[in-house]
Design a protein around this ligand. Structure first.
Ligand code: SAH
Length: 263
């Protein structure tokens, strides 16, 4: 199906939950939207706050991919601005390409507005850093295998062997698999772990700290079984370490483009 002079579909990152974590651009587009398709209960607050009166709003949670693309195409025939609102960043576990391809095929322009991912929001909530000098300079965003198979070479045990920061999505009900993978990769039982439930959600966020040995029990005690980010990282708890390598950028003895080293 092609339509004449259609509007544009924007894939907007809604951020992790707090409506204040939608980008300024995302908020503007929501305010101009004639139609919004949003992803389930995870992002409804941003829609109700920023979409204008009269905007057609549809929850996608009971729709198939074909129904969603058909809806977006239909709305783009009627409105200048159509928003597909996705939790966190649209490029992470968001079916972005599958949704966008049929739009392109129908001659509809589309673009992506990035969002604050729950990986970043979870670390922010806990006051933790994803990277630390001389500890780890790498972050792996991943998941364990559920119904979606993991491509070869990406099983968590082999990724964990790098001892970098691991932000593990979509896996809280599979915490036993996460633990088994970390053990297989040689992480010690006292390796610090973090689970954040509903990061950034006002009044609903839960921050659970534990170790490889006890994080599952912490989650059970707190009743956390959904909407949670699991983080395993050698940076966790660094706020309380006695020794910390300095960032070169701010080191007084380090010269760079914007500052000369002091003697
Ligand atoms: N695109 C999203 C991820 C969608 S997949 C993003 O960038 O964040 C859904 C998974 O994201 C959940 O299973 C959970 O692991 C994580 N997630 C989403 N919102 C979250 C939040 N507010 N707090 C913690 N984890 C969250």
């Amino acid at each position: 199906m092609t339509v004449e002079n259609p509007g544009k579909v924007w894939f907007v990152g809604a951020g992790p939950g707090d409506p204040e974590l939608v980008t300024v651009k995302g908020r503007r587009l929501l305010g101009e939207a004639g139609a919004v398709l949003f992803a389930g209960s995870l992002v409804d607050r941003a829609v109700t706050l920023y979409a204008p009166p009269g905007c057609t709003i549809r929850d996608s949670k009971d729709m198939t991919l074909e129904e969603m693309t058909a809806w977006l195409i239909e709305q783009a025939a009627r409105h200048r601005t159509v928003v597909r609102l996705q939790t966190g960043d649209p490029g992470l576990y968001g079916a972005l390409i599958e949704l966008a391809r049929p739009l392109g095929a129908a001659g509809i322009e589309w673009a992506v507005v990035p969002g604050v991912s729950s990986a970043m929001a979870s670390m922010a909530a806990a006051g933790e850093s994803l990277t630390l000098p001389e500890v780890t300079q790498t972050v792996i965003l991943t998941r364990v295998e559920g119904r979606t198979p993991m491509p070869e070479g990406e099983d968590l045990a082999s990724l964990a062997a790098h001892r970098t920061t691991l932000c593990i999505f979509l896996s809280i009900t599979l915490l036993h698999k996460v633990e088994a993978a970390l053990r297989a990769a040689g992480w010690p039982e006292d390796a610090p772990m973090l689970v954040v439930h509903k990061a950034s959600w006002p009044g609903e966020e839960k921050i659970l700290r534990g170790t490889l040995a006890d994080i599952k029990a912490r989650c059970r005690e707190a009743g956390v079984a959904s909407q949670a980010m699991i983080v395993a990282s050698p940076t966790l708890g660094a706020l309380h370490w006695e020794t910390l390598a300095r960032s070169k950028l701010y080191d007084p003895t380090f010269t760079h483009r914007y500052r000369k080293a002091s003697a």
